[in-house]
Design a protein around this ligand. Structure first.
Ligand code: 4AD
Ligand code: MG
Length: 501
């Protein structure tokens, strides 16, 4: 009798006969043996089909199965360190469930556009699978952290009347004839809940019609937002660093093999422990305009140029091999490596081109502006742990942020910049809790006081110091996995220029 098991359970079945069900990830012949790498959703397993061990007709059918054909394979489990996943299946019986022919995503070269149009299939690739597994852990860790620390989950609405962040990036919806928009943040609703529950969080999709086509922007992304009554800025920073450290430690615990496959920087992740670095906005501006940045950018340019030279040499080598007498599978492998190298080269060239622009932007940075993406990148690349930047100029920030009573030019806010160039992953602040000041800010930013009347109520009836922050799941995931583009960090990305499927 055959027992169905999953690949990630094979260690409990060594020496026994089991059945695996899944898809052909890869298949190659070597004489009288067919090596089938089976993918079953929990991992990969090399299955060895010997011509002598199965009926001839079945051997032939397996031999000709295309990539992604579904089948079940029965055999004896062997431990084998050299094999993918550490086990092998010596096949004794097989059943083909549904053959697949001409699967469009082969090891051959594919551009980003092609892969995005085939996102529904691209999911089956190792890289996407690993990112999906890490995302699962990140989401679980987010909930666990807040649930274990006395926070109550409050679901905030997606259709909303208030502008949470920025009036220029609203998605309007026709709500039975009157305009509403999709939420940019649950924060304002969450503030009202904090006055009831004390410590709350919301977690859901967020929408921004941001007209920026960068590797950090989605129009639909997931954000988790805690909000706490009776907290100050140092308290918020401590909460945020404990929170992010917990997420990273959980991923290190649960997803080490995925991180290895993704070639994430595990050494750097292991350093992610409190305390994180703390800079004020004014200190950050000093750094950007100072000699440290000039030196940093010059060194970066030199590094990029030698990286470019190295990549070009490797490309030339591979192109030469490609022209030689080699097997088709070797050609496919080289083609796949070439596409990676060419896109890496293009990226390096863009960085070389942008280096002087970014250096100049930093040198000419004027106090009062919000930090731009390239400024954040510079600061975050100078650090091996996340950096808090606090106390931004009030003009650059949202209306609800509390004016610093010690320096009225700035607000009591912070951004957390992930290290190694990933930029902002958290934005947060203490909220303006004074009725008159909040009303003045609503007028100042041209918002309608009627719309915010309910929000002002929170300052009319027992206002208390409070604050919170929002962490973007996809940006956090891009940082942890080392994925360059945020579009790979959400199952079905929505971007300004394109919605593929
Ligand atoms: O800094 P933001 O705009 O902060 C807020 O929305 C606050 N209301 C949160 C709060 O205090 N409760 O956004 C928070 C985070 C950013 O740091 C970033 O990680 C992510 O949300 N984010 C985006 N992620 C992907 N694509 C975009 N277009 C994003 N915009 C913000
Ligand atoms: Mg922000």
């Amino acid at each position: 009798d055959k027992s169905n098991v999953y690949v990630n359970q094979l260690k409990h079945h060594i020496g026994k006969e089991v059945t695996l069900r899944g898809w052909v990830y890869n298949s190659r012949a070597s004489g009288k043996i067919q090596f089938v790498i089976l993918r079953d959703g929990t991992g990969l397993c090399q299955c060895i089909v010997e011509k002598a061990s199965v009926p001839e007709e079945l051997f032939d059918r397996i031999k000709h199965l295309g990539q992604e054909s579904s089948l079940s394979l029965t055999g004896v489990v062997r431990a084998d360190e050299r094999s993918v996943g550490g086990h092998e299946l010596a096949v004794t019986d097989a059943q083909i469930i549904a053959p697949a022919e001409g699967y469009p995503i082969t090891p051959k070269a594919h551009g980003v556009d092609f892969l995005m149009r085939h996102r529904h299939l691209h999911f089956r690739s190792q890289r996407q699978w690993c990112i999906g597994k890490v995302r699962h852990t990140v989401v679980d860790a987010i909930r666990r952290f807040f649930n274990d620390n006395g926070f109550t989950l409050i679901d905030t609405p997606i259709f909303t009347t208030v502008v949470g962040e920025d009036q220029t990036s609203l998605f309007e919806v026709d709500y039975f004839g009157s305009p509403l928009h999709l939420t940019q943040t649950g924060q304002l609703y969450l503030e009202s809940a904090a006055m009831s529950f004390g410590r709350v969080y919301c977690f859901g999709p967020t929408f921004r019609a941001e007209k920026s086509k960068t590797r950090r922007h989605l129009t639909e992304f997931w954000m988790v937002e805690p909000e706490v009554a009776f907290i100050d800025l140092p308290g918020l920073l401590e909460l945020a660093e404990n929170f992010v450290s917990y997420i990273v430690s959980r991923v290190l615990e649960d997803n080490r093999s995925e991180l290895e496959t993704l070639e994430a920087d595990i050494g750097l992740l292991e350093k992610i422990q409190p305390p994180f670095y703390r800079l004020t906005y004014s200190e950050a501006v000093e750094i950007l305009k100072g000699p440290k940045t000039v030196e940093f950018m010059a060194r970066d340019l030199a590094d990029l140029q030698s990286e470019k030279a190295r990549t070009e040499v490797r490309i030339a080598e591979l192109e030469q091999q490609q022209g030689g007498q080699i097997k088709q599978w070797q050609k496919d492998k080289i083609a796949a490596e070439l596409i990676d190298l060419r896109s890496a080269l293009a990226e390096t060239e863009t960085k070389i081109e942008n280096n002087p622009k970014h250096a100049q932007l930093a040198a000419e940075f004027a106090w009062g502006k919000d930090l731009g993406g390239s400024d954040e990148t510079i600061i975050s690349r100078m650090h091996d742990k996340p950096v808090f930047v606090t106390h931004y100029p009030r003009e650059a920030k949202a209306f609800y942020m509390k004016t610093d009573r010690a320096d009225e030019r700035v607000v009591e806010n912070f951004d957390m910049l992930a290290p190694a160039g990933f930029g902002e992953i958290i934005g947060g602040s203490v909220r303006e809790d004074d009725y008159d000041r909040l009303l003045a800010k609503i007028h100042e930013q041209g918002l309608s006081p009627e719309t915010y009347n309910w929000y002002l109520d929170l300052r009319r009836y027992g206002s208390v110091p409070h604050g919170g922050f929002g962490l973007g799941v996809e940006r956090t995931l891009a940082w942890i996995t080392g994925e360059k583009h945020i579009r790979q960090c959400i199952p079905f990305p929505r971007m300004m220029d394109k919605v593929y499927i």
